[in-house]
Design a protein around this ligand. Structure first.
Ligand code: ADP
Length: 165
């Protein structure tokens, strides 16, 4: 039998970017609950940092939404206070974190997926507690956006071969 890693199975680890948005960072108990959830679900915290965006950072990150009715509200909110960004690793990290997040719209989340983060802690459709990358390409781009010094390839090369993607 091959060696088992931190997840107890020899599956490849995937990286994702998870962000705790300013509405949640403002509440220490919510932050504690979210950190606990990350650990409970067996994510490896590869890196984390607290940061505050300038409005230009917010505009750059959400450029794809420019022109939509919620865009101004969104970019202002995301630059309104501290955030915490994580690089998380896990088997199927991208879809797993998205599932824990729940639907974008908080009221939909409360009806359809009451155990999700957005259902439990989200305030409005904009102030919805968390962000998670939605594809391998966006995870790579977003990890670089938040952690330009991080080299995913080097990190993967230091893992045991059975955990590499
Ligand atoms: P997600 O964050 O679930 O991937 P999107 O990429 O579509 O969703 O949207 C980015 C962010 O823009 C959302 O997390 C939310 O903060 C905001 N947003 C999206 N749709 C709406 C909406 N209809 N009303 C208000 N804010 C919205």
């Amino acid at each position: 039998m091959g060696s088992l890693g931190p997840l107890g199975c020899a599956k490849a680890l995937q990286l994702t970017l998870a962000v705790i948005k300013p509405d949640a960072v403002a509440h220490p108990l919510i932050m504690k609950a979210l950190h606990q959830k990350i650990l409970e679900h067996k994510f490896i915290i590869v890196k984390s940092k607290d940061l505050v965006w300038q409005r230009q950072d917010s505009e750059r990150f959400y450029a794809e939404h420019e022109g939509r009715f919620f865009y101004q509200r969104l970019v202002e909110f995301m630059a309104s206070g501290p955030m915490r960004a994580y690089i998380l690793a896990r088997e199927d990290a991208i879809s797993y974190w998205r599932k824990l997040m729940g639907p974008t719209k908080v009221y939909r989340a409360r009806y359809t997926s009451p155990n999700t983060i957005r259902a439990q802690f989200g305030l409005t459709d904009t102030r919805n507690t968390t962000h998670g990358s939605d594809s391998v390409e966006s995870a790579q781009r977003e990890i670089t956006f938040f952690f330009p010094e991080f080299h995913a390839q080097e990190w993967m090369e230091r893992l045991e071969p059975s955990f590499r993607a």
